[in-house]
Write a protein that binds this ligand. Structure first.
Ligand SMILES: [Fe+2]
Ligand SMILES: [Fe+2]
Length: 261
């Protein structure tokens, strides 16, 4: 278990062969889209579209710092993060292709969507300064980790099998962000660290989506996702609060600068 993820133990469990929750609990997982109930196909397409969009979007955001990060070691880390996100995006595209023409069209769109047109606001914000990389990986990749945890052992077999490696890599990204923020504080740049938290935390909270979501209710019913939006958001708030308190940083008001509740 990673010491920087205090609320949820991340253990990278091997996916099981049966569905773990929802209306189909105890039955064999859906291994092909032809096994999926009709309603579940739609839900999966929606969730995979958002997941894929975030993977490719962050690559564009990181891009400038691949060349301009202050230290060589930082550039190497950025290149590793970009490779990871690219492979995550590629894996989502492989899943989307299973969904025939509709999935292929979505996949094609994902490849051509650029900053400003992404579904989630956090991915439409450029990293204007190097330290944005730290705020983003600390707080936005952390939301990604929660989303992946919600997909862990998903009822769609091919999805459940790509999650463990993704989780491991996300953990690396968020630890890079956390240690970076911690370093800023140690270097006497507390105000900058706080400004980064104030900037990215509201976007992170919004990323969990609406508290009342019919899509997520269906995702739970069909065993695709095991946690609901607000349940994850509350864990995230607690988690971030615990991590920043020892650094002398403050958690912004959870309603400040928010767009999605
Ligand atoms: Fe990712
Ligand atoms: Fe990431």
């Amino acid at each position: 278990m990673c010491k920087y993820i205090s609320m949820i133990p991340v253990e990278y469990k091997k996916p099981k062969r049966v569905i773990g929750w929802g209306d189909y609990k105890g039955l064999r997982k859906f291994e092909s889209i032809y096994d999926l109930p009709f309603e579940a196909v739609d839900v999966l397409l929606k969730l995979l579209t958002v997941q894929g969009d975030t993977e490719f979007a962050s690559i564009e955001q990181h891009m400038p710092w691949l060349f301009h990060a202050p230290k060589l070691s930082d550039r190497v880390t950025i290149s590793r993060i970009m490779v990871d996100e690219m492979r995550h995006g590629w894996q989502v595209i492989q899943l989307l292709k299973e969904f025939g023409e509709e999935g292929k069209k979505i996949a094609e769109n994902l490849l051509w969507t650029r900053m400003g047109r992404h579904k989630l606001d956090a991915f439409n914000i450029p990293f204007n300064m190097w330290e944005d990389t730290l705020g983003f990986t600390f707080l936005i990749d952390r939301v990604g980790l929660y989303q992946l945890l919600a997909f862990e052992d998903s009822s769609f077999g091919p999805l459940s099998r790509i999650i463990p490696t993704m989780l491991m890599e996300e953990e690396f990204h968020i630890n890079f962000g956390y240690t970076g923020i911690k370093r800023l504080v140690e270097e006497g740049k507390r105000d900058l660290a706080q400004a980064l938290i104030n900037k990215w935390f509201p976007r992170g909270l919004d990323m969990f989506g609406h508290s009342k979501s019919y899509t997520i209710d269906l995702a739970y019913k069909y065993g695709i996702k095991r946690m609901r939006n607000d349940e994850m958001r509350q864990l995230y708030i607690k988690d971030v609060a615990e991590l920043i308190a020892p650094l002398g940083l403050e958690l912004p008001d959870v309603n400040r600068n928010r767009r999605i509740f």
